[in-house]
Design a protein around this ligand. Structure first.
Ligand code: C2E
Ligand code: CA
Ligand code: CA
Length: 780
């Protein structure tokens, strides 16, 4: 027997030819393809194939090999055929053979039509598809597949169309097949290709039948038998989605063995098989997708099986159209890939997961980290790598044995997992080392540092809890190193793990049971921040806080009010800027107490006779966290009641960000306070989201032009233009305007030339303690 163990590429268009070869190997049960090695597979295909196949020496015409189907067709024993030449069979003279080859080329056909003579003398018209292949021995031969087309009555156009269609489908598969270097899965794809090819041939034969009714019945029967035997879904529907043909496998799968399914749509069939209603309906949807796509589509479908595990099918749908674009038919081929998937999953499990803990292993971790890193470099959203190492695990392992050690590792894995979110990964690197990946924290570095640290702390704490085992308890701790990404240095995933590892060792060196950042700046900031948070909690009680007032003046320079600004006099650090401590107060919640206090101070000031005499207003900054607390309105009312201040002289400044969070709720809260007489001002206008449609829905009174515009407006035309836009927004919304950060007479005259507004800035006065502000007022 001849073995094609090296079907090497022959000729320039080898890819295409391989495609053709596959297209023609249509009639062997596809399951063979899965189980056999490649050489054996081809050899068996050749021998058992129902199509007539010959291997011919192109130089001499010798028939190098022939299969059983050829023997049956020509009426010679195969052994006899192998001693004959093609000239003994082909009824044409050599010149006529040449002429047919030329004709084929002119018509861009890849097959030839020849009259072949059988052993009994009868002449048959055959269609010959040939492609050169190289045998193991190095000998180049023509691999030919022949079809008896003597009785075929197909229009040449249709023939060409069908042929092209077949080739396209097959070529696209085989391209992938070749690109993938024939991995295990390729046999599977090849199998599907074969099934598809069978179906398309069958279709062609059915189309023919409508023209020459009886003549091709035999051929169709032959193909039907093949399809019937295939352990795959094979189904053909017409342009209206009515089932025309389905094989035994398909019918059994859907429980339609005893149903007269022909001519019925999926919806109609669903009535016979309620169990599969969903699958039928899904089919309608994916059929439509194929129609819409106007090309082959491939999908996976899960099909339930009574009393058994659901099966997963790899489905190919090929829509066919009439020349005028109407829908002609839909070919559906599907293969059960449940086992394949399971095997794949098992392999993946082995390759990517740690058997002891079931966690991803280092390899999968790296994979995910690389993906996260690439995404972060693009989005600039920070992520973090945490390296977790148990303290004293080796001692425990030695003292209590490996079994206990394994239990501890499993428990630690569970605990870390429980702390993390769904998008996060915890992997076991090796021994007692775990890696945690937080792929997406936030865009702001300082917040990302804080969040990563907080996860690190939670892991540290949960691992420090005693672990109870059958025979008592063990106590451990963990040292955790963190590195943040993306960095400006374009570090790789491996770098990041190394950095976190280094930080972990620093945590160990610093006494274990700690969380450390790799980046020294971050570590310092984390520490500074935590100590600030601690100090801030006590600052108010210790009398370190003060409210300063900065005057707001009109065009004539007359004071009309002031803005209350917090000051913190830290015992060691001196004056700390609110720019630094307000965000910390926000995050830690200290802002709630601080905010209440500033409001109280401001209200007390409103009650001062000097203020009342001049009808001066006071503006108080309200931070988002303060504003959004459920009892905010209640608090404000309480302060007003306590101090007896007139709410009509109080302005609350909020930022645009606060508005965006929840317009509906924000509007409701504001309206309630507005009803009391309180005014609202939009602070830092122009730096935030500035959505007019949002602002329109809020009961606002005032808009503050941010100092960044004010300061550059006189020199910078684009800032000047922005100021004009802001002013027109204010007019549109009927809002008062306050310009802040006015430092120079130039800035002042630039602004006042543009309309009426209040001015605030160093030019008119720096923020000063309340007593100083009052003193200045009294001095005029
Ligand atoms: P803000 O509300 O935009 O306050 C205006 C800031 O601009 C103040 O900084 C003020 O001192 C400064 N400023 C005033 N005139 C000029 C000027 O002519 N040139 C320049 N360069 N700056 C000027 P401050 O007091 O450092 O406050 C910073 C931020 O802290 C405030 O910005 C506000 O967002 C926040 N903040 C201050 N006090 C409070 C408070 O009581 N509660 C809340 N929630 N936030 C506060
Ligand atoms: Ca403000
Ligand atoms: Ca401001």
């Amino acid at each position: 027997m001849l073995v094609f163990s090296s079907l090497r590429r022959a000729g320039r268009h080898a890819g295409r030819k391989l495609a053709l070869l596959l297209a023609l190997l249509v009639a062997v049960p596809v399951s063979l393809a899965m189980v056999m090695a490649r050489g054996d597979l081809l050899s068996t295909l050749f021998q058992r194939h129902a199509s007539i196949m010959l291997l011919v020496d192109p130089e001499t015409g010798e028939i190098v090999d022939a299969n059983q189907a050829a023997g049956d067709f020509y009426g010679y024993p195969v052994a006899t055929l192998r001693r004959m030449t093609i000239q003994q069979i082909n009824a044409l003279e050599p010149e006529a053979v040449m002429a047919e080859r030329q004709r084929a080329r002119a018509e861009a056909r890849n097959y030839f039509i020849f009259p072949h003579r059988l052993a009994n003398g009868a002449l048959r018209t055959v269609e010959v598809h040939s492609s050169p292949v190289i045998l193991e021995s190095g000998r180049q031969v023509l691999f030919s597949i022949l079809h008896d087309v003597t009785n075929r009555a197909v229009s040449p156009d249709e023939q060409v169309l069908y042929q092209q269609r077949l080739e396209q489908a097959v070529a696209s598969y085989t391209e992938r097949l070749e690109a993938d270097h024939l991995r295990e899965r390729d046999y599977f794809i090849a199998g599907l290709v074969l099934a598809l090819a069978v179906i398309l041939m069958l279709m062609a034969s059915m189309l023919r039948r409508s023209r020459a009714e009886a003549t091709l019945i035999h051929r169709e029967e032959q193909l039907t038998t093949l399809i019937e035997a295939m352990p795959d879904i094979v189904c053909f529907k017409d342009g209206q989605g009515r089932w025309q043909l389905a094989n035994a496998f398909d019918l059994k799968l859907f429980g339609l063995e005893h149903v007269d399914y022909r001519g019925k749509t999926d919806q109609e069939l669903a009535r016979y098989q309620d169990f599969h209603r969903e699958a039928f309906m899904d089919c309608v949807v994916s059929d439509e997708q194929a129609w819409q796509a106007r090309q082959m589509v491939r999908c996976e479908e899960v099909i339930r099986v009574p009393d058994a595990q659901a099966r997963i099918f790899d489905i190919i749908k090929v829509p066919l159209f009439h020349a005028d674009g109407r829908r002609k038919g839909l070919v559906v081929v599907g293969r059960d890939i449940t086992e394949h998937k399971r095997a794949e999953a098992e392999i993946e499990q082995l390759a990517y997961f740690d058997p002891l803990t079931g966690l991803p292993n280092r390899r999968l971790y790296l994979d995910r980290l690389e993906t996260a890193l690439a995404a972060a470099q693009h989005s600039r959203v920070y992520g973090a790598v945490l390296f977790v190492d148990l303290d004293g695990f080796n001692t425990l392992n030695d003292a209590r044995g490996h079994e206990v050690g394994d239990q501890v590792l499993q428990e630690c894995a569970r605990r870390i997992r429980a702390v993390l979110g769904d998008a996060d990964t915890v992997a076991r690197f090796s021994g007692d080392e775990y890696g945690v990946l937080l792929p997406q924290l936030t865009r702001q570095e300082h917040l990302a540092v804080r969040q990563a640290r907080s996860v690190g702390e939670r892991i540290r704490l949960c691992l420090a809890q005693p672990i109870s085992l059958g025979a008592g308890e063990v106590s451990l701790s963990a040292s955790i190193g963190i590195s943040l990404f993306p960095s400006t240095q374009r570090n790789t995933a491996l770098d990041l793990i190394k950095f976190a590892d280094t930080a972990m060792h620093q945590a160990k060196a610093a006494g274990r049971n700690q969380v450390r950042f790799f980046e020294p700046g971050m570590q310092a900031r984390v520490e500074a921040r935590f100590s600030m948070e601690g100090d801030l909690r006590q600052a108010l009680a210790r009398g370190q806080m003060q409210v300063y007032i900065q005057p707001q003046v009109d065009q004539e320079g007359k004071v009309r009010g002031g803005e209350a600004l917090l000051r913190w006099l830290h015992p060691e650090q001196g004056m700390v800027s609110p720019v630094v401590f307000i965000p910390v107060a926000e995050e830690s919640g200290v802002i709630l107490a601080l905010g209440d206090w500033v409001l109280e101070e401001a209200c007390r000031l409103l009650n001062h006779p000097a203020m009342q005499h001049e009808s001066l207003r006071i503006s108080v900054n309200v931070s988002p966290r303060q504003f959004h607390r459920p009892d905010f309105v209640q608090r404000v009312k309480q302060v007003l009641a306590q101090t007896g201040a007139d709410p009509n002289y109080l302005t609350l400044e909020v930022t645009e960000g606060l508005v965006i969070d929840n317009v509906h709720q924000t509007a409701a809260t504001m309206s309630e306070l507005r009803a009391l007489g309180i005014h609202f001002s939009i602070d830092d206008f122009g730096t935030g989201y500035s959505s007019l449609s949002y602002l329109k829905r809020l009961p606002l009174n005032e808009l503050k032009i941010d100092k960044s515009f004010v300061q550059d407006a006189p020199e910078n035309p684009s800032d000047a233009a922005l100021v004009d836009v802001i002013l027109s927004v204010a007019r549109h919304l009927r809002l008062k305007v306050v310009a802040e950060g006015v430092e120079t007479p130039d800035q002042a005259s630039f602004l006042t030339a543009r309309g009426e507004m209040l001015l605030q800035g160093y030019l008119y006065g720096r923020p000063v303690p309340i007593e100083d502000f009052l003193k200045q007022l009294q001095q005029g």
